[in-house]
Design a binder for this molecule. Structure first.
Ligand code: LHQ
Length: 269
């Protein structure tokens, strides 16, 4: 099933909601309309039990080039009062809710990075749980080139994924990091030929969508909690979450299938 937005396309099939950022003429730059549509698509993904994995990709030759700098160009016109611009408000309203949803929704997110992911576009890809990149894709913490700090939790995601030295290099220099380099650094899970990306990402997404969704969602919470946890905290949190996982139909099905020597049929509950 597909629905019509203007800046994104969505397609739902076999438990996978595919969201395609769809402004290829600007390398899928993120504008106000896209922030509204993406928020709506993610909200309904959260609500719909039938959605068991979310796949985000870009139309054309890029994943996302970050903030649409054309859309906000009036702010930089000669004479514009830049000191009164509410950059913090812009982030709180347009970006932070999207990143929060991706990081906290109890469903797996895959970024199929089909080309350059720059600025907040890189942060969006980094916020997803898994990344599969086309060989020609690249990541660029472009913020520094426009005199800004990395936002949309990009610095946090990078630190968690590649460690301080590489995160600092990417953020300070703003150079393009190739897909192969990203793979070597642990920034992406897989790199495939450009022509194979859609199929490889779709296959991974369908595989995840057929797994015990509740257990995966709770595991996502566990992984995210673990960054700041002590062992004692983590053990207690595991006991708390396992209490929920242990009462799902998929847990019962998994154990039954094992005992009956058959393939499990998970339903996502
Ligand atoms: C674009 C963009 C773009 C509009 C390419 N906007 N048109 C938060 C709070 C408040 C304010 C600001 O920002 C933020 C968060 C951020 O995301 S800051 C970072 C914003 N993004 C950037 O600075 C990246 C700007 N883009 C680039 O550096 C390059 O385009 C990259 C490296 C992504 C790709 O380079 P190329 O492959 O050489 O492509 P290109 O530069 O020729 O771009 C193709 C077209 O896309 C071109 O339009 P045109 O009409 O000339 O064909 C670009 O103007 C347009 N485009 N990025 N962000």
């Amino acid at each position: 099933m597909s629905s019509a937005f203007t800046t994104i396309q969505t397609h739902s099939e076999a438990g996978v909601l595919t969201i395609t950022l769809n402004r290829p003429e600007s390398l899928n730059a993120y504008n106000d309309a896209m922030s509204v549509e993406l928020a709506a698509a993610l909200k309904s993904a959260d609500r719909e039990d039938a959605v068991r994995c979310v796949l985000i990709t870009g139309a054309g030759r890029a994943f996302c080039s970050g903030q649409d700098l054309q859309e906000i160009r009036a702010r930089y016109a000669p004479g514009a009062a830049t000191e009164s611009l509410d950059f913090g408000g812009h982030l709180r309203q347009k970006y932070n809710p999207i990143i929060s949803r991706i990081r906290t929704m109890e469903k797996p997110f895959i970024a199929a990075v089909n080309g350059v992911a720059a600025g907040a576009g890189a942060s969006f890809a980094l916020a997803c749980d898994l990344r599969i990149a086309a060989r020609s894709a690249s990541f660029m913490m472009a913020f520094v080139h426009v005199g800004l700090i990395p936002d949309s939790a990009g610095a946090l995601s990078l630190l968690q994924q590649v460690g301080y030295a590489r995160a600092a290099e990417m953020c300070f220099l703003g150079e393009r990091v190739s897909a192969e380099q990203a793979l070597a650094w642990g920034l992406v899970n897989r790199v495939v030929d450009d022509s194979a990306l859609a199929e490889a990402a779709g296959e991974l997404a369908r595989r995840l969508a057929a797994m015990p969704t509740r257990a995966i969602g709770l595991t996502k919470r566990l992984l995210n909690q673990a960054w700041n946890a002590t062992v004692a905290d983590q053990l207690e949190y595991e006991a708390f979450l396992q209490q929920t996982a242990g009462h799902t139909a998929d847990h019962r099905e998994g154990v039954s299938a094992f005992l009956e020597k058959r393939k499990p049929q998970f339903v996502g509950r």
